[in-house]
Design a protein around this ligand. Structure first.
Ligand code: XLS
Ligand code: NI
Ligand code: NI
Length: 467
């Protein structure tokens, strides 16, 4: 994410002409301003539609297996990308047009932005959002001033949530942009920086709680190292665990009932980040007595940076009962960094929804579009195309995954593949009833075992039947 701001001239004085009727309530003209004039509430028009501002597949109320698409998918928009990302890249500055944003660090600007964000989500029919403290409100001269600014913006967020019915999926603290965090936050070698980070998490958690957030994310932006020559890894990991234990304690103290998530990412900005993938996070949580307290928020582009498929990361999390939420994006096979692109690949969304359905659906989690438009796609309309495309891709993934599960052949094959563990010697192995001696005696009698084909190609063809 980037918090680079774009100044794009004064906000347009256009009057807010109509009450927006969408799935998510009516946004009254509090700001006397419509931020996206000319863009309607995005309708569902079906697969034959050629209208770029319509859904072809995402039909919120359509039931899939006894549950509406809206409730299966639980889409969220990311405040940092939608509202704060100027779309700069390592070679050039921001391009994004955000006409309502005066580019200042004023609280008024931040409050006005709230209404732009909510009008955007409402027009897209997106029911949740996610934020970092520093996306929604400016970081000012000292902690008290920043906290006050955050409270003032939270007042607007609360009003906008009430008016629209849009909810907070999760909040988080930005512990990576400010200069003080140049060597980490919870893993900074400087105790005063750790203390600042703890204070920032405390406030972000309280604001998330106030806004009824269903979760809270820890993404260890700079929790890792650039070189081991200067790094006491064991001590840094102990500090990171201490920060999380403090957060758990505070969560209980204030009565926050939402889930805590760690979001794995292997590198960038650090050379190595401690929360490098699902397995590393789970081991860290287990080692520090935190396993029951935090689940994982898995992001596709981070999975690929870790050298894994998204499905791998989801399966690892699910095997530990720790899949909480998903940052729905994708990377670019030809670029080696976190490009945070919108997901449009139907195989990817099918695989993700296979996992989500097999786990029994989200509880407090959802599909958060932690994704940004390309630098070339700088107009506000591009924000809509991007989210419409992601939502349609997941709607198709949902329907396809549901059909594959209902068909039963894929899961049936998998079940049959392990059936030698359902009875006989296999059942005894699983029950821990036999050891080396019994298995040696069994094998001496049983002789050479036979195996069967894994049928990968057949199963890939089966998936293609549904796509
Ligand atoms: C950055 C992360 C970040 C987290 C929230 O790569 O994806 O955006 O989702 O801090
Ligand atoms: Ni993310
Ligand atoms: Ni990312």
């Amino acid at each position: 994410m980037s918090t680079l701001l774009v100044a794009c001239g004064a906000a347009s004085p256009a009057l807010f002409p109509l009450a927006l009727a969408s799935n998510f309530g009516t946004l009254r003209p509090v700001m006397s301003q419509e931020f996206f004039p000319g863009i309607p509430v995005i309708p569902f028009e079906g697969p034959k539609s050629r209208n770029p501002l319509a859904f072809k597949h995402y039909n919120a109320d359509e039931m899939v297996g006894g549950k509406s698409m809206r409730d299966h998918l639980r889409f969220a928009a990311a405040y940092w990308h939608a509202m704060r990302n100027g779309l700069s890249d390592p070679f050039g500055g921001p391009t994004a047009e955000r006409p309502w944003d005066d580019g200042s660090d004023s609280v008024e600007n931040a409050q006005r932005r709230v209404w732009a964000m909510f009008e955007f989500m409402q027009k897209c029919g997106i029911g949740y959002y996610c934020f970092h403290d520093r996306d929604v409100a400016p970081e000012l001269n000292d902690l008290q001033a920043s906290n006050d600014a955050l409270d003032a913006v939270a007042d607007e967020l609360e009003k906008a949530q009430t008016q629209t019915g849009i909810k907070l999926l999760w909040g988080t603290a930005c512990l990576f942009s400010h200069k003080r965090y140049n060597q980490g936050a919870g893993t900074s070698p400087f105790a005063d920086v750790f203390a600042y980070a703890a204070a920032q998490v405390k406030k972000a958690l309280e604001v998330t709680h106030r806004l009824g957030g269903e979760g809270y994310v820890f993404w260890g932006g700079r929790e890792g190292y650039a070189t081991l020559y200067n790094t006491d890894m064991k001590r840094e990991l102990n500090h990171l665990a201490a920060l999380l234990h403090m957060a758990v304690k505070h969560k209980k103290k204030i009565g926050f009932k939402g889930d805590f998530y760690i979001e794995p990412k292997p590198r960038e900005p650090s050379t190595h980040q401690y929360d490098s993938d699902s397995a590393a996070c789970l081991n860290f949580l287990r080692e520090h007595g935190l396993l029951g307290e935090l689940k994982l928020n898995i992001e596709t582009n981070h999975a690929t940076l870790a050298g894994h498929s998204m499905m791998h990361e989801l399966e690892v999390a699910m095997a530990a009962d720790a899949l909480g939420s998903i940052d729905a994006n994708t990377g670019d096979e030809l670029i080696g960094w976190d490009t945070d692109q919108f997901p449009t690949d139907i195989y990817l969304t099918t695989q993700i929804m296979l996992c989500v359905l097999r786990m029994g659906g989200f509880t407090t989690g959802g599909l958060n579009f932690d994704a940004k438009c390309r630098r070339e796609s700088f107009e506000v309309e591009d924000l809509f195309h991007a989210h419409i495309g992601g939502m349609d891709a997941f709607a198709r993934g949902l329907k396809i995954a549901h059909a594959i599960i209902a068909d039963g052949r894929l899961d049936g094959f998998k079940k049959e593949r392990y059936s030698s563990f359902d009875s006989g010697i296999g059942a005894k192995i699983e029950a821990g009833e036999v050891g080396f001696e019994e298995l040696e005696a069994y094998t001496l009698k049983n002789g050479e075992p036979s195996t069967k084909s894994g049928r990968q190609e057949m199963l890939e063809n089966l998936i293609n039947e549904f796509i």
